[in-house]
Design a protein around this ligand. Sequence first.
Ligand code: FAD
Ligand code: FES
Length: 1303
Amino acid sequence: MTCKDQSDELIFFINGRKPVSHFSVNACLLPIVSLHGVAVTTVEGVGSTKTKLHPVQERIAKAHGSQCGFCTPGMVMSMYTLLRNIPEPSIEDIREALTGNLCRCTGYRPIIDGFKTFCGASKCCQNGNDTKNCCLDQEPELNQEDDEISSELFKTDDFLPLDPTQDLIFPPELMLLARQQGSGRLVFQGERLCWISPGNLAELLELKAQHPSTPLVIGNTTVGPNMKLKGVSHPLIIAPAGIVELSVVKNLEDGISFGAGCSLSVMKDELKRVVSELSEEKVEVYQALLQTLSCLAGKRIRNMATLGGNILSANPKYDLNSILSAGGCTLTLASKDPFLFPGGLREIHLNEEFFTGFEKTAIRPDEVLLSVYVPHSRQWEFMLAFRQAQRREFSFSIVNSGMKVVFKEGTNVVDDIRMFFGGVGPTMVRTKHMCQELVGRPWNEELLTEACRLLLDEIPLQASAHGGMVEFKKTLTLSFLFKFYLHVLQRLREKGLCVDELPSEYLSALKSFRNEVPQGQHRYQVVSAAQFSDDPIGRPYLHQSAFKQATGEAVYYDDLPSIEGELFLVPVTSSRPHAKIISIDAAAALSMPGVAAFLSAPDVPGNNRRSWFGDIEELFVEEEVTCVGQIIGAIVADTRENARRAVECVKVTYEDLTPVLFTIEEAIEQQSFYNPQRKLERGSVDGAWESVDHIFEGEIYMGGQEHFYMETQGLIAVPKGEDGEMELFAATQHAAFTQEVVATTLGVEANKITCHVKRLGGGFGGKVMKIASLSAIAAIAAHKTGRSVRLVLDRGDDMLITGGRHPFLGRYKVGFMKDGTIVAADIIYYSNGGNTLDESLFIMEKALLHMDNGYRIPHLRGRGFVCRTNLPSNTAFRGFGGPQGLMVIESVLHEVAAKCGIPTERVRDMNMCREVSLTHHKQLFDPGDMVRCWEQCLQQACVENRRLAIQEFNKNNRWRKRGLCTVPLKFGVSFSKGFHNQGAALLHIYKDGSVLLTHGGTEMGQGINTKAIQVASRILKIPMSSIHITETCTGNVPNAAPSAASFGTDAVGMAVKDACEKIMKRLKPIMQENPKDTWAAWIKEAYCQKVSLSATGFFMGPHTNVDWEKGEGMPYYYFTFGACCSEVEVDCLTGDHKNIRTDIVMDVGQSLNPALDIGQIEGGFVQGLGLYTIEELQFSPEGVLRTRGPSQYKVPALCDVPAQLNVSLLANAHNPHAIYFSKARAAGDMGGIGEPTVFFGCTLFYAIKEAIAAARKDSGLSGSFPLSSPATPEKIRLACVDRFTQMVPAVEPGSFTPWTIGV
Ligand SMILES: Cc1cc2nc3c(=O)[nH]c(=O)nc-3n(C[C@H](O)[C@H](O)[C@H](O)COP(=O)(O)OP(=O)(O)OC[C@H]3O[C@@H](n4cnc5c(N)ncnc54)[C@H](O)[C@@H]3O)c2cc1C
Ligand code: FES
């Protein structure tokens, strides 16, 4: 993007003074017309597997930073851009560059590991000290005797060097264009929108006068999302990006004037420079702005978003207005009318009066914001900014604030004070009265008490306020005030004034969490020295598609080119939770441009019902909707936009029905449960209560989780034109089920339907069930129109329609002895199944089967009820009920420890199974490896020492508390429905010796293809590069089981082994006859001898089953074990927390591929971190999912990964049942070995709970307290009861309409 200034110099943003600069941006928010004159580099232009990889692409791939690969191009481009601007970046530069790039698979650590190799030694993390390694020096301190243990997952020796001279140059023709362009206006006229880019300021003002209601768009980061997601339309847009006056930064004597069109990145850079140059007293407001800018959105948004846009969007959640207002900023406005204001300019103060309503300001419609003047601060002036968000970075603030106080010179008497708050009402709030009352008073405890009292009176939040969290928001305003008070007190003390004491333990209120890049140590057992060097088993080979994923060449279903005449399908969904459909009128929709058809139940040629183990689910609702988001019909049109617009015109009339149930509590009250209910019992729970020292009852609620795979669900259905044949290119984890459902829907035999799956951009269990229904719907449309049909759910629809992880409520009664030994536990599990059963029963069964987590509780009973509610049906999700079942028992252990007053790990230790015994479902289980994991974890994490350190820390810090939690894990592997435990593969060898392998699993990032190739390579004794997997296809491998239950690689690996062994048996005579020949020669000879070079492989897995009548059985082939220890620090005043360190020891048997396994473990853990501490689905009281996109629903980002994340694979662990003694590897559904480790996220939850308990203790509170999962800032803050929470009046439940309900 270039613009000209008066001196005819080519620049990018005038204050940048660079000939050409590089900016990473969000493509989805960038209108193509705004790119006139700009050179755009996409991931494909950076490097390619066909020519040459760019070092960024090579390193992310080789460091195992690409799993499903869907996020990889974005990561590559953020890093590439950084290197174009800073060839030798610091680790902080890298961290900043990646803020806002989300990955749902990797856990970020391997991405950082790859990218930090670009840092020079001098630019390392600076984290190194006596006790901690620096990021460039991560060799774990391996025991000298451990020469079998390695920490090396990739080698850096052969990395391509970064050679900036090889990078693309800015195209000379664009240089020329920029010079020739002059100040001409650019006009782009589209079908529905006209985009005008004025050539100069006069033209801009003229245009604004002519079209006063037209938005000015530079960054498009407010207008764009409004148009895309909220249905706002603008026939005309004025785009003044090239106007020099809007981009100028002027350093004036008393302050800085920023052009309103300056991007937030430019502003940040400029502030950074100014802060380093000016004296401390002048930069208070700049420091406050800088602090906020460093966590406002992500780098790419900051590159686009402008200062003017941020102010004039007038959104109280945006951060800058409260700071700029407190800082005393003025705005310069320009308009065409010079008579109204001299020179057409006027100045106006930025304050509460400027904001006249939500998204409304006092600026006249014909005015343009020219610049923003931010004055230097003066002596005796102190300023701070605050914000608290759902996630520390890349998240809108819940409450933000700018506070400034000016003292009478040389005193602690307040001369002036201003406080502004955003997020506590429809517009920014100024606590004017409070501030007036404080003027003239000394800065002391009395002032604080009075300020707190007055503050709340001016916060206008009603109990049912938009956005909810009313108590939290009010408490935050007090917490910010308190922090400000302490900060200023400290500053006054530093100035030598005699003011109130500041207890040292209160200083903890002033610290802010530093975002660090995660560091980690990995340990795995290397293969034996006797293993052939070219045998890949057990070695850290990189993901087979990693390079293609890093170059953007990897093909996902929506990358397939459209077929001529292709139509796009958008579903029509129910807006009522429970209602009878009276009529559907699609006439208006059908008359819209491009619309080909409307489809509903009568259009289904076969069966409109999907059947799954007896559970019937309608594809199109026929008569009665039972949740918001249920599919009633669909529109197919020539484009996605036309289909979307038409969907808005389909009129559905309803008659509301009762009951309407959303929550587990409501379902319990109405006894609304699916059948059957399940029960498991060991010992005699009812008889045990009398023999115990103590009994208590409690409960824990755990919210659901959205899969948030980066690639949303969808497919392309292609009718073949004869015999009812149809091909599907679908993002499914269960191709055979998709095929089966489509066939029954179309009323044809399965042999007419072929389902292809190349790869998935993440699945996590979410692409097993609903995708089959979506495929059937697209197939109906393809059948009806005879044209190929593409369905790609947008994020909002995906989240609304497809369901997620089940919320669970666990209620328990527990009997234990004085020393912490648990004797009896009676647990009732309720899950929120939603409006259909789907997989809910099996998920509940898994929760029950995992309820013991390897603890020896002699009398243990679990009962499970799946609640039928009017929410979208919940479904499989990585862990499949395990994380919920395990969470409840850990809650029991945590409470027992708290009641006994002993460390939680001691209670866990004493209750852990140590001998071979029967589980509560009477399966034999040897806990040996679990105990080894546990002990190694305790030792590796130095739990004993760190416990002492935490005690000391908590004693010395009143407003920061730390907590620690270690849990063991026993996790069952394989399907409990035994017939699913099978795997199949097909192997073809061609005459040139190349091998084509197919299997029934689906590749979704977990590396199942890589491992399948490793297995084949070992048996065939040929290089991995000679073996190719092209796709999963029902036409090649029929009736495959879902890639699920941590059993994918076991089943597929065994099947591949079987196929390879068959071939080798046939080749053996030829090989023996010509032992010196090559593979290619043997194959040629075999062909000539008419030996079949194609083989199927099959694996018949174990006959697992549970007799639920008797409550016993062997549901799992084997167990995998692990242990995890996490430490967190909580900011008791804001509810923020930081994950300090996590240590994981995992038993994977003998790892087939340590790099993939460690990647899965970390990825699973980070998803669990999201589950238990961040991700919160919010439903309205009407049952509408409010969190339908990344703005509202937060998944873990880089800042959430523990600063230290260490993973060890248990050494000398074998598993006689699995392929090459491995365990739970790369299984599909939910990520294989990454599936069990989701549960480890709960260590953070319980560590947080422990930290909160320490805070409560300081407030004189002891005893148990409720905390539901996820432990969000809101819940943490409100649980850390103190004088501020007690000032906020509690709202009476039932006395108001809440913003959200806990389902
Ligand atoms: C993913 C994401 C995360 C974000 N996170 C945060 C966050 O954490 N904190 C935060 O504060 N903000 C956040 N934002 C908001 C972002 O900072 C604002 O959207 C941005 O600053 C607006 O600038 P823009 O140039 O993109 O505005 P545009 O969308 O181009 O315009 C916004 C509005 O401002 C008006 N306008 C713009 N410039 C002028 C002018 N010179 N004169 C008159 N009217 C003008 C336009 O008419 C329009 O109505 C986020 C945005 C996104 C997309
Ligand atoms: S690899 Fe990052 S989202 Fe899958």
